[in-house]
Design a protein. Structure first.
Length: 220
């Protein structure tokens, strides 16, 4: 039979110099862990108090969750993120799956993460700054872990005018091909628009219009 682990005594509780919102906890004369300051009151921690192995594990779990939550919130300050993006980033920081699950649940409850809202944001942002076709939008959002139905709904709700977007970026890109032979420029522009996620019909229609304009400009 394995002997029960002994209780351990708190021998120091000191605020961290770099972050006064955290404290260093020492047990039996040795540093044990850092903790959020509010844990001191919540758990009634004080020098001289003894902690059971279960209580120590609970404190470690609380601290891991707090650190992972802070990490996720810092990531969210730059832009909204999908659930998978948050999960993948926390995994790279070597938080365990249980901690990550707790953080994801917490952020969802706070409405800090929501794949439906994220998908809408992504589509609107792309349309405003870097227009692209439906296929590429779908691909980008699927890579970020958003489910297929949510992706489709976000794109449908945006009522994207693919032809107008393709025409706008195609006209801008065509300037860089002004010294190219017509057939070469058309092929290159077509490939460019396809890479931006536009389908054959949209690409063909845009090429016909743009090169019709170009041919008209070059007529005597």
């Amino acid at each position: 039979m394995t002997a029960l682990e002994p209780e351990r005594r708190i021998t120091a509780l000191e605020r961290q110099k770099r972050n006064p919102e955290r404290v260093n906890l020492s047990l039996d004369g040795a540093f044990a862990m850092g903790l959020p300051l509010n844990a001191v009151a919540d758990f009634g921690l004080r020098v001289g108090k003894t902690l059971t192995p279960a209580q120590i594990e609970e404190l470690k779990e609380l601290d891991d969750t707090a650190k992972a939550t802070d990490s996720a919130i810092r990531l969210l300050t730059s832009r909204p993120r999908s659930v998978r993006e948050i999960r993948d980033r926390l995994k790279r920081k070597q938080f365990d799956d249980e901690t990550i699950d707790r953080v994801i649940t917490r952020l969802r409850d706070w409405r800090y993460i929501d794949d439906e809202a994220f998908a809408r944001y992504w589509v609107e942002n792309r349309e405003s700054n870097r227009p692209r076709g439906r296929r590429l939008l779908e691909h980008e959002l699927r890579l970020k872990g958003v489910d297929r139905d949510t992706v489709a709904e976000a794109i449908d709700d945006a009522e994207i005018d693919e032809r107008t977007g393709a025409l706008e970026i195609g006209r801008a890109k065509l300037r860089s091909y002004r010294n190219e032979e017509g057939s070469v420029a058309r092929r290159r522009l077509g490939a460019f628009l396809a890479r931006r996620g536009y389908g054959y019909e949209v690409v063909k229609s845009v090429l016909d219009e743009l090169f019709g304009e170009r041919d008209g400009d070059s007529s005597p």
